[in-house]
Design a protein. Structure first.
Length: 81
């Protein structure tokens, strides 16, 4: 279970994001994390608050590890140049 998820996230981070897409992906991930943190205030909204909070949390759990891998890869590439 967990090994499969780590492998899937690694494949997403290394294989599918090109060098020209790295900046946009990292900015998008930062925006998603900020929205997720601010989204904790949506819990007060009746009926949909817990749903929205859960959706943003799941998206953060999926994209944050990929963002870490891509950020490390871009730093590595900057160090090589």
């Amino acid at each position: 279970g967990l090994g499969f998820l780590v492998g899937l996230i690694t494949a997403l981070g290394v294989g599918t994001i090109t060098k020209s897409e790295t900046t946009n992906f990292l900015i998008g991930t930062i925006a998603l994390v900020v929205v997720g943190i601010a989204g904790q205030n949506t819990l007060d909204i009746p009926f949909i608050g817990s749903y929205l909070s859960g959706v943003t949390l799941c998206m953060i759990l999926f994209f944050a590890p990929a963002a870490i891998i891509i950020a490390l890869k871009s730093l590595w590439d900057l160090g090589k140049d």
